[in-house]
Write a protein that binds this ligand. Structure first.
Ligand code: ADP
Ligand code: MG
Length: 435
């Protein structure tokens, strides 16, 4: 059967459409056949809660006017608001979020289409992003994630952050964390939740409010100084660290263990970039997301600060850089060593076999055979070393991330095995000559 909301092919027994998240009853009827949780503006029918966090709940909504459309409607929570001043501040933050998002246009941000107040609550209507947030994804598939996957998301997050930071005045996202990053079914990301994104006004000495999430927020977000793009660099560094190691940063705020201590397969240049991005001192971090991007993907000027929405071709280029970066090393040292030592051992063994075989022809009083035997011993030692190295290289995750690592290690192993085979032949020849 097909999902009545998005048309995707789905199994008869699913409760929710895996593509668009619409509720499908076990009878196969769409959720829209059931009464909505609430109707807003006589138009938006709230169907189910998509999630909730610090600022409010987000619902999946169908549209009475555009019957095929579905939206994510964000409602501002008032449960934690105690004073009228706080309520006013929260409403202002929400209104800012709406206006901020409405004028942005980027493939990695949901489009905002409407905002309104109803029954004393504020609502934001935005593009529904299918998929799941990074926290749910990570809980489902487990951490750490493979380097190429993390780098693909990182390239996209760098791009959208660079776009936000290039706005005049710059927009600092300020709350980059797994629940605010959506992973769509086609593998692209979208940043959600501008609840605390604010316009950065240069010259303002320090922010008056502490924002953010323990572990993910930079130290300066705790009221010690003005936040600027480097605060987002920090949170992105923490996010990459979390995804590559599985270490929950909220357990050790501002004290992240070195990436390589937890995941030795991460290439040193990535580990060094993460360490620099997450330095507690903003002055020691990358000055911009573009600098971090260059450290990770080795390209200059990938994102033009002046550019408004970056073209999709550029996004594809950044993606390609991410993929290339994940496999930028042709092979590991161990795989290469096993390859060459294995080849040398096989060649030496062939020469040794030749010397022993030629000894009776040249009648050298066993001198040639003796030298051949000694050479065979050296070759056997080399074959042993190559065999060990190739086995270690074959099981090492580092090798899997290189282009030719596995191939080199396999050739190394085959060469050392071939050398041992020749060694057996040589033993037979010597036995026959002795006989
Ligand atoms: N546009 C959207 N499309 C689909 N799901 C969304 C959308 N926006 C938010 N969500 C879901 O709702 C959750 C909470 O939304 P968010 O905007 O982060 O609210 P909060 O301010 O409460 O943290 C997100 O983690 C995500 O799972
Ligand atoms: Mg959130």
């Amino acid at each position: 059967m097909n999902c009545p909301q998005c048309g995707a092919t789905i199994h008869n027994d699913v409760l929710f459409c895996p593509e668009c998240g619409a509720r499908i009853r076990s009878s196969g009827q769409p959720a829209s056949a059931t009464p909505p949780l609430q109707v807003l503006q006589s138009r938006y029918e709230l169907r189910r809660r998509l999630g909730s966090g610090g600022m409010g709940a987000v619902y999946l909504a169908t549209d009475r006017r555009l019957t095929t459309a579905q939206w994510a409607v964000k409602e501002m929570s008032d449960t934690s608001i105690t004073s009228p001043l706080e309520r006013q501040q929260a409403q202002e933050a929400f209104r800012q979020e709406a206006e901020l998002l409405a004028r942005l246009n980027h493939p990695y941000l949901p489009r905002v289409t409407d905002h309104f107040e109803e029954n004393g609550r504020n609502y934001l209507v935005m593009e529904f992003v299918p998929g799941e947030n990074l926290r749910d994804y990570a809980n489902r598939v487990g951490l750490p994630r493979p380097l190429h996957e993390v780098l693909r998301w990182t390239a996209q997050i760098c791009e959208v952050l660079a776009y936000l930071h290039a706005q005049q005045p710059p927009i600092i996202f300020r709350d980059l964390k797994p629940t605010n990053v959506m992973i769509t079914p086609d593998g692209t990301i979208k940043l959600v939740d501008f609840g605390i994104a604010r316009l950065f006004k240069p010259g303002k000495e320090r922010d008056t409010q502490a924002f953010g999430t323990p572990g993910y927020s930079a130290p300066e977000q705790y009221g010690r100084g003005q936040t600027d793009p480097r605060s987002d660099v920090y949170s992105l560094g923490v996010l990459i660290h979390h995804l590559l190691t599985g270490h929950d940063p909220s357990t050790t705020p501002f004290r992240l263990p070195p990436v390589n201590q937890l995941n030795p397969s991460v290439p040193p240049y990535i580990a060094a970039a993460i360490a620099r991005a997450t330095d507690n001192d903003p002055a020691k971090r990358f000055a911009s997301v573009i600098e971090l991007q260059q450290a990770l993907f080795g390209s200059s000027n990938l994102v033009n600060r002046q550019a408004s929405p970056p073209p999709v071709a550029q996004a594809a280029r950044v993606e390609a850089m991410a993929a290339a970066s994940a496999v930028r090393m042709a092979s590991t040292g161990m795989a290469t060593a096993s390859l060459w030592i294995g080849i040398i051992s096989a060649v030496l063994m062939v020469i040794a076999l030749g010397m022993v075989g030629l000894d009776p022809i040249f009648d050298s009083d066993d001198i040639l055979a003796g030298l051949g035997f000694l050479l065979a011993m050296v070759a056997a030692l080399f074959a042993f070393i190559s065999g060990i190295l190739s086995l270690i290289a074959l099981v090492s995750p580092n090798t899997a991330q290189t282009v030719h690592g596995r191939r080199d290690a396999a050739i190394g192993f085959a060469a050392s095995a071939g050398a041992y085979l020749l060694c057996c032949v040589l033993g037979l020849v010597i036995a026959q000559l002795g006989g």
